[in-house]
Design a protein around this ligand. Structure first.
Ligand SMILES: Nc1ncnc2c1ncn2[C@@H]1O[C@H](COP(=O)(O)OP(=O)(O)O)[C@@H](O)[C@H]1O
Ligand SMILES: [Mg+2]
Length: 308
């Protein structure tokens, strides 16, 4: 059984009213309150697109990604994939979706088993998720697609460079033939020169394998280059969402403007100082009231939504 996939350009994923809270504990482990990591998110992801999710560290990007993948159980709200509501499916019926929805994390070292070869690492999820498949042939095919072949497939992760390790992680994600991949800061641990190569690889695989990406990144220059649409997240909420070119050229929410201002500054030291100031500036009282709950996404031009 496989998860249903709609036609290209139609909504593949629909998120409605998604909330994820975590208990906040003190040093003695006692619960002190809750943090609303995702605070009422509505979002659709169209089949075949790259939707970028940007925002400062701690804004809830990874938690949103994990809720889509069912790695975190949402506190409330619904996630639909190909028309099937995952959040109301019994666990036993979720297996095909675990195959269809994959993830690539920032740190390839911690996502690979150091004691197993590249080939064994790529075979592992295949064997678990598709017991009948020819795991070895499929894994070799996926490794070849990311440029790792010959005797290299028998080496362990530490024998590879950082960029090659990330290629192995990518091979493992695509080997199970997913429809949707969450790329959570997939370039952040890589050297600048390698980042472009891995970006090109992700784009080529997207075209060839008909993949849909949620691309989580704080690198706005990469986002501007590759994302179809961009969603901006602040304190657990989407504050702006629209076609990437439009969000970058004509940002409507104060938080987006400051994020762009800080990130696109050419001098990294200035950028860091500006980023550090973002959350303490008075303009962000508007952003604070966003999370009061009354604010909603309003369409300011076709497909361009702003929290007001
Ligand atoms: N497993 C967890 N337990 C407790 N708090 C968490 C957990 N995961 C995330 N958080 C909190 O949720 C918020 C959002 O985190 P995260 O989704 O990792 O943000 P981002 O990916 O944008 O940096 C942060 O305040 C973080 O500390
Ligand atoms: Mg994160």
């Amino acid at each position: 059984m496989s998860a249903p996939t709609p036609e290209a350009g139609r909504d593949l994923i629909e998120v409605r009213g998604l909330v994820k809270t975590f208990p906040v504990r003190n040093a003695w482990g006692r619960t002190q309150g809750t943090v609303r990591a995702v605070d009422g998110v509505d979002l659709t992801i169209r089949r075949g697109e790259t939707l970028a999710l940007v925002g400062e560290s701690g804004s809830g990007k990874s938690t949103l990604g994990r809720c889509l993948l069912q790695m975190d159980e949402p506190t409330s709200g619904a996630v639909t994939y190909g028309g099937v509501e995952l959040t109301s499916l019994p666990r036993a019926k979720r297996a095909p979706f675990h195959r269809s929805m994959q993830v690539i994390f920032q740190d390839p070292f911690s996502s690979l088993n150091p004691h197993r070869s590249a080939l064994q690492n790529v075979m592992e999820p295949l064997t678990a998720l598709e017991p009948g498949a020819d795991a070895r042939a499929r894994a070799l095919e996926a490794l070849a697609a990311v440029g790792i072949d010959g005797d290299a497939v028998h080496r362990r992760p530490r024998a590879f460079s950082g960029g090659q390790r990330q290629r192995i992680v990518i091979a493992r994600a695509i080997a199970v033939r997913p429809g949707f991949v969450v790329c959570d800061e997939p370039l952040s641990a890589l050297d600048m020169s390698i980042q472009a190569q891995v970006t090109d690889l992700l784009l080529r695989l997207q075209r060839e394998l008909d993949l849909t990406y949620l691309f989580i990144s704080h690198d706005l220059s990469v986002v501007r280059e590759i994302a179809t649409r961009t969603a901006v997240m602040n304190r657990g909420r989407i504050v702006e969402l629209g076609p990437t070119a439009e969000v970058f050229a004509s940002p409507q929410h104060a938080y987006t403007r400051h994020l762009l201002d800080a990130a696109l500054s050419t001098d990294p030291a200035t950028a860091r100082r500006r980023l550090a100031r973002i959350s303490s500036r008075p303009d962000f009282e508007a952003a604070e009231s966003d999370s009061a709950g009354e604010a909603a996404l309003v369409e300011v031009s076709p497909g361009h939504l702003v929290l007001r």
